[in-house]
Ligand binder design. Structure first.
Ligand code: FAD
Length: 408
């Protein structure tokens, strides 16, 4: 244990990416909304705020209601609500609704009914277009007959860098301390609610730790005797400097996801105004947070470009695209983790399983409700540590098609 003086604080948040930044904000906000005194909150980040080594950098992430389970479709409503609450306090627009289409080719691997059934269960409106109607509305697409599109008007963009910075700014405005370049070396727990967080320059004693360290999570939990099976992949997004940029503007072009054996997705022009962004879901190679590189994966880029040349032929253009890398951190069932570590009261873990940014503010609020109020009404039962997807060593992961993941 370091020789630094020990500070007693109400809450320590480890990791100030999208989820942790939301937590440092909502810890003050939840206390305030409950008429309680402002808690002392310290957020610890090993790198500079806004860095690009984790999962929450760059301009855009998809936010949507169309999900493969009723549970996520229901939570999505809370995700929008939480972002709207932050936007109201920040006095800035955060979520951009663009409209979105989920595309399902004929005889494809992913059945559309999972999404329509989930949305029906929560009364979420949507429309179904055949290929001709889809191309009439979005002539950028070139689709085979039999391809069907599921249109949902609220689909849009949750801005990664901007949303995270807004949470950080509002948190600091409420008195939270955000320490960058202060990496956590150890989390100690007496198993009865007293937690100690040790860094090279400080020691923090508290009853409440929110661990939002994504790709670094398992490494921090292992010394506490908790094994969390996580798959980390180095993913990439590609910015194509199309010569038809205007055709890909918001209002003319939707957020889109192609669901089949391979899953591709993309955005209208946003953030980087000189290119159109597209990517493959789980197209990256396994890596670790410590050993990952930032080099483009040319095979993956080639797969995506080939797909786009067939489906969005004017997107690619002739100028070389720009590639940005990013880390996916996935549980075997690709469900979130939002739970207290068994045997370590007060230590909560939040993990978005590579689809969590749209829920970042909801994660923050839910962690804060549990830490400040002792309870939450959020439906987090599926995100427990002791579920089969985490606890069963025989669980067969399927990161691309989580609905097909399972035991044996
Ligand atoms: C290419 C790509 C596309 C994606 N697309 C979408 C999408 O369209 N929609 C969506 O909802 N989600 C999407 N996601 C997933 C989403 O971005 C992540 O789930 C989310 O950003 C995770 O946020 P986080 O705060 O948990 O992780 P991170 O942003 O990685 O933050 C973890 C932080 O913890 C810090 N940390 C780790 N260890 C320590 C330590 N010991 N001490 C101090 N600090 C530490 C790290 O430095 C890091 O800043 C995508 C992810 C990628 C990579």
């Amino acid at each position: 244990m370091s020789s630094n003086p020990t500070r007693d604080v109400d809450h320590v948040v480890i990791g100030l990416g999208g989820l942790g930044s939301a937590a440092v904000y909502w810890l003050g906000r939840v206390a305030d909304d409950a008429g309680r005194s402002n808690p002392s909150v310290v957020g610890l980040e090993q790198y500079e705020l806004g860095h690009d080594r984790g999962a929450s950098h760059d301009h855009s992430r998809i936010i949507r209601r169309s999900y493969h389970t009723a549970g996520y479709a229901a939570l999505a409503t809370d995700a929008y609500e939480a972002w709207d609450a932050v936007a109201a306090e920040a006095g800035e627009k955060i979520v951009v609704r663009t409209g979105g289409i989920d595309l399902f080719p004929a005889n494809g691997k992913v059945p559309m009914h999972r999404y329509t059934t989930s949305m029906d269960s929560v009364g979420c409106p949507y429309e179904v277009f055949d290929a001709a109607e889809t191309m009439r509305r979005y002539p950028q697409f070139c689709l085979d007959p039999g391809t069907v599109a599921l249109y949902q008007e609220d689909t849009g963009i949750a801005p990664a860098a901007q949303g995270t910075a807004a949470h950080q700014r509002l948190a600091a405005g409420r008195g939270a301390e955000l320490h960058d370049h202060e990496g956590v070396e150890q989390i100690l727990s007496d198993g009865a609610g007293e937690l100690t967080v040790v860094t090279a320059t400080g020691t923090y004693r508290t009853g409440s730790v929110e661990l939002a360290a994504d790709a670094w999570t398992a490494t921090l939990l292992r010394p506490l005797g908790t094994e969390l099976p996580l798959e980390i992949t180095r993913e990439q997004v590609v910015y194509y400097p199309s010569t038809h940029l205007d055709d890909y503007a918001i209002g003319k072009f939707p957020v889109w996801i192609w669901f089949d054996e391979s899953i591709y997705y993309g955005f209208p022009v946003y953030g980087d105004l000189a290119a159109v962004k597209a990517a493959e879901d789980v197209g990256g190679l396994p890596t670790t947070a410590e050993t990952r590189t930032f080099d483009p994966d040319h095979d993956a880029e080639g797969r995506l470009t080939t797909f786009l040349n067939g489906t969005l032929p004017t997107m690619v253009g002739s100028t070389a695209p720009r590639v940005k890398t990013c880390l996916y951190t996935m549980t075997p069932d690709r469900d979130f983790v939002l739970d207290t570590v068994p045997g370590h009261p007060g230590l909560q873990v939040a993990l978005g399983s590579a689809h969590g940014f749209k829920f970042a503010s909801w994660f923050g609020r839910t962690l804060a409700e549990r830490a400040v109020l002792g309870a939450t009404t959020a439906a987090i039962e599926p995100f427990r540590f002791d579920r089969p997807g985490i606890a069963d060593p025989n669980f067969v992961a399927n990161y691309r098609d989580p609905a097909s993941a399972g035991t044996g």
